[in-house]
Design a protein around this ligand. Structure first.
Ligand code: IPE
Ligand code: IPE
Ligand code: MG
Length: 239
């Protein structure tokens, strides 16, 4: 029955708010950045688990636009970590058939970070098993604001009629235009909020808030999350 297959299905697009690195470090008497370093291990595990489970899109929230407001040393440590990780992880991502794409406001990055991010995108462009979307310097409200600006420009310059604007027009104007909406959003560390992540796209996503801190998140935790998803019944406003 289609109802059963819907229930048992693997989400096509999983999005994760990777939270709890700082608390993980503090609990061990370490500096916060050590939690971020440990968090890269969880990224590696989750990518492997996503590929193994046949998930097609995995979006990871790595740095919000609001995160620029953290102490300079932490921001610097995160930027260094992004650069190092993309260099270290690229061969394994290519081998697993993972294509990496970045969403967010690239203009705020240093030249080095920007070129490293572009490099991982071009080097992994042939990957066909999993699209790994990294949200870095991402803000959903910024994204929506940018979309409104570009739609308004199209109307002002006569390329579009206001009455022809549909949900699709808006979806196609977002950074995520190429991806299906997330089916399942996981936020680790027990916080139950979206923190400016995929607000438009999350309309009918299933949400899951495990207590596990991100650096402790394992492949088994990802498998368990998929079981939770499979047990949910998505109704989309119907009965
Ligand atoms: C998530 O962990 C990683 C980023 C936001 C970059 P946090 O750094 O927010 O860790 P907590 O929430 O302070 O524990
Ligand atoms: C959200 O986590 C951003 C990322 C995980 C990258 P935060 O830790 O920055 O969010 P708040 O401050 O708890 O809402
Ligand atoms: Mg946090």
């Amino acid at each position: 029955m289609s109802y059963m297959s819907e229930k048992r299905s693997v989400p096509k697009h999983v999005a994760i708010i990777m939270d709890g690195n700082g608390r993980w470090a503090k609990l061990r008497g370490k500096e916060r950045y050590e939690g971020h370093i440990q968090g890269v291990e969880s990224v590696r595990r989750v990518v492997r688990a996503a590929v193994r489970n046949g998930v097609e899109y995995l979006t990871l929230y790595a740095f919000s636009t609001e995160n620029w407001g953290r102490p300079a040393a932490e921001v610097e440590a995160l930027m260094t970590l992004f650069c190092k990780s993309v260099i270290n992880e690229t061969p394994s991502l290519i081998e697993q058939g993972v294509r990496v794409e970045i969403i967010g406001h690239r203009s705020h990055f240093s030249d080095e970070v920007r070129s490293r991010l572009s490099e991982i995108e071009s080097r992994t462009a042939a990957g066909e098993r999993l699209t790994l979307v990294l949200a870095i310097d991402y803000s959903s409200r910024d994204e929506i604001t940018d979309a409104v600006r570009s739609i308004a420009r199209n109307v002002a310059e006569g390329r579009l009629k206001a009455d022809d604007i549909t949900e699709q027009t808006i979806g196609e104007s977002l950074y995520t235009a190429r991806y299906p909406d997330p089916d399942f959003i996981i936020r680790t560390s027990g916080e139950c909020r979206l923190s400016n992540f995929l607000l438009w796209q999350a309309s009918y996503a299933e949400l899951y808030f495990p207590q596990t801190l991100w650096p402790d998140f394992t492949e088994e935790d990802f498998d368990k999350a998929l079981e939770v998803y499979a047990s949910r019944e998505r109704r989309y406003g119907l009965i």
